[in-house]
Structure formats: C-alpha cells, structure tokens
Design a protein around this ligand. Structure first.
Ligand SMILES: Cc1cc2nc3c(=O)[nH]c(=O)nc-3n(C[C@H](O)[C@H](O)[C@H](O)COP(=O)(O)O)c2cc1C
Ligand code: SF4
Ligand code: SF4
Length: 250
C-alpha cells in the first residue's frame, strides 16, 4: 500500500511510478481526514510518498500519519520523498514519528525533482534544462528504488545536503514559525474566475468569493494554487513576481 501527498505533482508522479512497478495500491492522503483508517495485510509493505518541506516530511503529512488507525503494523515501511535539492535528516525525524506508533522506518529514498518553493528572494524555479535533467535522473532512479523495496532492503538512500541536522531541526522550526503563511497571497486582475485554485488546494483553504480566491488561514505553502493558476494571477507578496510556474504535467 502506498499513501501519497503532493502539492505540485512531483510526488504524485513518483508515487504512480512506484505503484506501477511494485504492483502496489495507491491512495491519496487527505490531510483533513480526522481518523484515517488503513487495512494493512500481513506481510504487506507500506510506502509513504511526499515532498520535503524545510528538510522534513510536511507537518500535515506527519500529523496524518500520527492519526492513522490500523489493526496491523506494516512489516516493511519506507519513505520516498521528493525534493528540489536535499532532505537533511528527514528520514530520522520521520522514523521518530513512526516509532511513537510502534512502527519502524525500514528504508528511505529521495528523488530530486524541480523546485516548487519560490516564496523568498533568491529562490527560483529550475531552468528548463535543469527541470528536464532532474526528471530524467529521477526516472532512471525509479527501478533501483523499486528493486530495493521488492528486496525489502533496510537502507537510507537520500541526498542529505550540508548541515542536515541543523536544517531538519533548527531551520525547519524557524521556517514553520516565520514563513508559512497565506497572508501574503493576493490575486491580480488577470484572474478569470475559473476556480482551479480552489479545487487544487489540498487543505480546502481557498474560497472563491464573487469569482475571486480568498485564503482562509490554513495553508501549508504547498504552492499548488500559485503554480496551477492558468493566468499566473496569484502571487505571494512580491517574491513570486516574474518567477514563472511549474507543476509536473501528467
Ligand atoms: C514549503 C516548501 C518547502 C520546501 N522545502 C524544501 C527543502 O527543504 N529541500 C528541498 O530540497 N526542497 C524543498 N522544497 C521543494 C520541494 O520539496 C520539491 O519541489 C518537491 O518535489 C515538490 O513536490 P510536489 O510537487 O509533490 O509538491 C520545498 C517546497 C515547498 C513548497
Ligand atoms: S486559478 Fe487563477 S484565474 Fe482561476 S480563479 Fe484562481 S486566481 Fe483566478
Ligand atoms: S492555499 Fe495554496 S499554498 Fe496554501 S495549502 Fe492551499 S494550495 Fe497550498
């Protein structure tokens, strides 16, 4: 069984690839579900697929996993996380979440894919060339990860980057405390009132009022609304202006 969360399609793409190659079932995480229940069969593997936010599993995914009700614990549990660059100590931090449930993280894999976070000065999307290269490399990596999963290997195979501990525990806390907000989202006159932003928000945080989006304070900055707007009419302060859009086109 594979559970996945994705804002801009990178993790969804990897989850689809893993499900196809491992012939496993795929289920989308609804972060608003109060009591998610899963039925893990004996000997079944559980895969969690999601992006990395500030060098950790997104808090909404972490909280979801904490709430999961299940009769059995998975025999083999792995994390496949997607990132723009690196993941720090994401596996170790997530392993703690699992261990509090009595579950064990047996393996973790990272996939480097195009960047989606551009809400700060100095942060930008990948060039077309880098986007293509990252996608090709991730595609090449998939069968190796699948082999490890099928063999039930106990392995941490991730790109950690510099200062992994600091980023996962210190920068992450600062990031959530200071930067995750929807107060800076605004919409320009280019909006054509299509409602796509409302539909793609995984937290149902957007209400379209008189054709225009309003943000309601429960945001994880996944950037799905920004990147999917057909008019590029949504912006985050001034930081996103002129930076373009990206989502993994199926
Ligand atoms: C809020 C936020 C925080 C992010 N933090 C990191 C990070 O710490 N390290 C990294 O390499 N990429 C980071 N990224 C980039 C995403 O992890 C990467 O683009 C991911 O593949 C997006 O997955 P998705 O398309 O399934 O949403 C971040 C993106 C967002 C939106
Ligand atoms: S997706 Fe863009 S164009 Fe459509 S309603 Fe939202 S802001 Fe307006
Ligand atoms: S409001 Fe936009 S950035 Fe915030 S959670 Fe919803 S889609 Fe993601």
């Amino acid at each position: 069984m594979i559970l996945y969360f994705s804002g801009c399609g990178n993790s969804e793409h990897i989850a689809n690839g893993l499900a196809k190659l491992t012939e496993d079932t795929l289920s989308k995480i609804d972060p608003l579900e109060a009591r998610p229940t899963i039925n893990i069969k004996q000997n079944e593997a559980l895969g969690i697929v999601c992006p990395v936010y500030a060098w950790a599993v997104p808090r909404i995914v972490d909280e979801y996993v904490k709430r999961i009700q299940s009769d059995n614990k998975p025999e083999y549990c792995y994390l496949a996380c997607t990132c723009g660059d690196n993941v720090g100590r994401t596996p170790e931090r997530f392993a703690k979440t699992l261990s509090k449930k009595g579950w064990r993280l047996d393996a973790a894999f990272s996939f480097i894919l195009p960047e989606t976070y551009i809400n700060l000065p100095g942060f930008s999307l990948d060039t077309q060339e880098s986007e293509k290269r990252k996608k090709e490399l991730a595609e090449e990596r998939l069968p190796h990860v699948v082999k490890a999963i099928k063999e039930r290997k106990k392995i941490i195979d991730v790109e950690r980057g510099k200062m992994p501990w600091f980023n996962t525990y210190v920068t992450n806390a600062l990031f959530y405390g200071l930067l995750i907000t929807d107060k800076k989202f605004h919409v320009s006159d280019a909006c054509v009132k299509c409602g796509i932003c409302e539909k793609v928000c995984p937290l149902k945080n957007i209400t379209v009022v008189e054709g225009r989006p309003q943000w309601n304070g429960n945001c994880t900055n996944c950037m799905a609304c920004y990147h999917h707007c057909p008019q590029n009419a949504i912006h985050f302060g001034k930081a996103t202006i002129g930076k373009g859009q990206y989502y993994y086109d199926k």
